[in-house]
Design a protein. Structure first.
Lengths: 572, 113
């Protein structure tokens, strides 16, 4: 196999010699304008990455401040009002500025065309437009929250939001703008997957990352418009005094929660589904095994995307919605456990008898399995009607969704970031630092959020600025955990920055991956990704056949191209 | 299938005539009171008109089935959204084991306010 890989790399080298003037996607043009107005999906991906990283840093610092205030009972350095603003800022910036756009925006953009063997996404201009809408949305969100001192939490529930003043409307408008970025990206990706696949790239040869991004895109396109409708209705109510959500005008405040969660629950799957895709790639590559149950994993992503639309009412068990509604939503919530379980078991089965190497990305993938399982199981627990009466609005819920968001999405993103770092930057990071950071983050995360599960089950309500003395030690443990996790994350930032400028040069396929971005491009991809359209003859995890497909080997590559019929085949 | 299917003007005119006729039918049926069926009938006529527009003017009939699938999916999710929300609003306050009187009859206790 090594020989095959060498031949593949030899093909890349030969190609690079043939096209010396090109440069790769980073070196071929260097002006700021060439970045800010680039239509290249890889550069747009990096724009997303930088913006999302800034949002993550800011929202992470807000979280550290919130946790620091909770180190001691009573007011320490934040007033109750500032505390409310700070946790609202943390939630809103994290959700809308970071978690929703981060994986599709950064890795989705960067990898989707490479995984499909395409030159770019279907609509490159729309792609750039999406990025600027997202940027505008994030800027508006921060301005609205700081100037208008919004303290509603990220859910904007009435009556908090009704009393907060006009800034809430402005903020809703900002979320509306960011929402359109999400819709456009979704449309772009769906069309790209349907129309831009390389010849031979059949649906069952798509890398699982593509399946997960595809499922995510469906959710983005179907759910996000409801967020837009909600905002328009809010405007109608406030400006024209038409009663929709405000009881004083004859409206129904619980209806707002229906509208909000019809978008926001599927949004949870917008956040976690791409993470599933990354983990599938990591586990396959670092176990050197064909993924076990490819079809089951691929279709369970689609099943989760669909079922995710039918469970929003489980956020509203104590809101006063009808009992029949609660029972239906609770029942469907249990069903979500099935496709999620299918994935976890298939990943474990993939590792069975594999030659596993515990590189940093694999450490994150293994962390993901543990943390996401805790997040998922605690989710089923709060989906039980009777249990939820006790746990609703306590730290248990906070712990649960942080296990999913942080332990699931962020951990998967970190794994993906490390895995594709050599492809994105052309450099290697320090492996020892990477492993230490992964360990610190794993320990810190559990310390922070497992204590919150305990706190919540003992009755500590969420969103409170103060607490009873008996909760002190658990709160302190949680705060210390947040420091450990923060240390790990800053360590990641540090060694990745060092790697960017001083890191060792990477090779084209340092991990021995079998997807097209590893086997068919140079150290860093060219501006147009591939010198020739790849002709795909094998699946994405056939590690024993790397170099065996026609355009991967020197001889075949320099021989006849695939027949025109194959190149021009109609794709659905 | 390559390119766009060109729909003959004759077909378009027929669809147009059908739409006008259905509009007239809506106006006519609005004059007659058929009780509980007033709204379902109006919706059925409107739905048929929308279907004609989508199939012929928007040419979904001549497109690949996958486009119809996506269109249908969009409609399905609107139905899901409305139906599941109605499960709440239509049955709000029905607690099964508690009679309606117990909820409504709270005057003087301060709980019903």
């Amino acid at each position: 196999m090594t020989q095959d890989m060498d031949r593949s790399e030899a093909a890349q080298a030969r190609d690079a010699e043939e096209h010396p003037a090109h440069g790769d996607y980073i070196t071929h043009a260097k002006s700021i304008g060439s970045w800010m107005f680039s239509l290249d999906h890889k550069r747009i991906g990096i724009l997303y990455a930088v913006t999302a990283a800034i949002a993550f840093l800011a929202a992470g610092v807000f979280a550290l401040l919130v946790r620091a205030e909770l180190l001691l009972p009573g007011e320490t350095f934040l007033s109750a009002q500032s505390y409310n603003q700070l946790f609202s800022l943390h939630g809103i910036v994290m959700v809308f500025g970071f978690i929703i756009p981060a994986i599709p925006g950064f890795l989705g953009n960067f990898l989707l065309p490479l995984h499909l063997g395409a030159k770019d996404v279907a609509f490159p201009r729309l792609n750039l437009f999406s990025y600027y809408l997202y940027l505008l949305g994030v800027i508006l969100i921060v301005v609205a929250m700081v100037v208008g001192s919004v303290d509603t939490g990220w859910t904007f529930y009435t009556p908090y939001s009704a009393r907060t003043g006009p800034a809430v409307l402005f903020l809703a408008m900002a979320v509306f703008v960011a929402g359109f970025a999400s819709i456009f990206t979704g449309i772009n990706f769906i069309v790209t997957v349907h129309k831009m696949r390389a010849p031979g790239m059949t649906w069952n040869r798509l890398p699982l990352f593509v399946w997960s991004i595809y499922s995510t895109s469906i959710v983005q396109v179907l759910a996000t418009p409801v967020l837009g409708i909600t905002v328009l209705l809010l405007f109608l109510e406030r400006l024209l005094r038409i009663g929709i959500f405000d009881p004083a005008l004859g409206g129904d405040p619980i209806l707002f929660q229906h509208f909000f969660w019809f978008y926001s629950h599927p949004a949870v799957y917008i956040m976690i589904l791409p993470g599933f895709g990354i983990v599938s790639e990591l586990i396959a590559t670092f176990s050197r095994q064909r993924i076990y149950g490819y079809t089951a994993i691929a279709l369970s992503s689609v099943a989760i995307a669909m079922l995710g639309f039918l469970v929003w009412g489980h956020h509203m068990f104590v809101s006063g919605q009808s009992a029949i509604s609660s029972i239906i939503f609770s029942l469907i919530t249990y069903l979500i456990g099935i496709p999620s379980g299918i994935k976890v078991f298939n990943w474990i089965a993939t590792m069975y008898k594999g030659s596993i190497s515990f590189k940093t990305p694999m450490l994150y993938a293994l962390s993901f399995l543990v943390l996401f399982t805790i997040g998922g199981v605690t989710g089923i627990m709060v989906g039980v009607l009777a249990v939820d009466i006790h746990l609703h609005d306590t730290y248990y819920v906070v712990g649960h969704f942080h296990y999913v968001m942080m332990g699931g999405t962020v951990i998967a993103l970190l794994g993906g970031l490390h895995y594709w770092w050599p492809k994105v930057t052309g450099r290697l990071y320090n492996e020892v630092c990477g492993q230490i950071a992964a360990f610190l983050i794993f320990v810190g995360l559990n310390l922070t959020f497992f204590t919150q599960l305990v706190l919540g089950s003992r009755g500590m309500p969420r969103r409170y600025h103060d607490y009873l003395p008996e909760f002190t030690s658990l709160h302190q443990l949680s705060t210390i955990g947040s420091w450990v996790m923060g240390l790990g994350l800053f360590l990641v930032l540090g060694y990745l920055l060092v790697s960017l400028f001083r890191g060792k040069k990477a090779t084209a396929n340092p991990w021995g991956g079998a997807t097209l971005e590893w086997t068919h491009t140079g150290v860093r991809p060219d501006p147009h990704n591939f010198h020739r359209t790849p002709f795909v003859t094998r699946g994405p995890y056939e590690f024993d056949r790397i170099g065996a497909s026609r355009s991967e080997t020197v001889e075949d590559h320099r021989g006849a191209d695939p027949p025109d019929v194959a190149l021009n085949q109609d794709r659905t | 299938m390559k390119g766009h299917h060109i729909i003959p003007p004759k077909t378009l005119l027929k669809v147009f005539a059908a739409l006008v006729a259905l509009t007239a039918l809506t106006a006519l049926t609005a004059q007659v009171d058929i009780g509980a069926f007033n709204i379902p009938l109006a919706l059925a006529i409107a739905g048929t008109k929308a279907l004609l527009v989508v199939l012929f003017f928007m040419a979904l009939k001549y497109d690949k089935p996958v486009n119809a699938l996506f269109f249908g999916l969009g409609i399905l999710f609107v139905v899901v959204f409305l139906a599941f929300t109605l499960f709440d609003t239509a049955f709000r306050g029905d607690l099964g084991n508690v009679g309606k009187e117990a909820i409504l009859n709270t005057e003087g206790t301060g709980q019903g306010e």
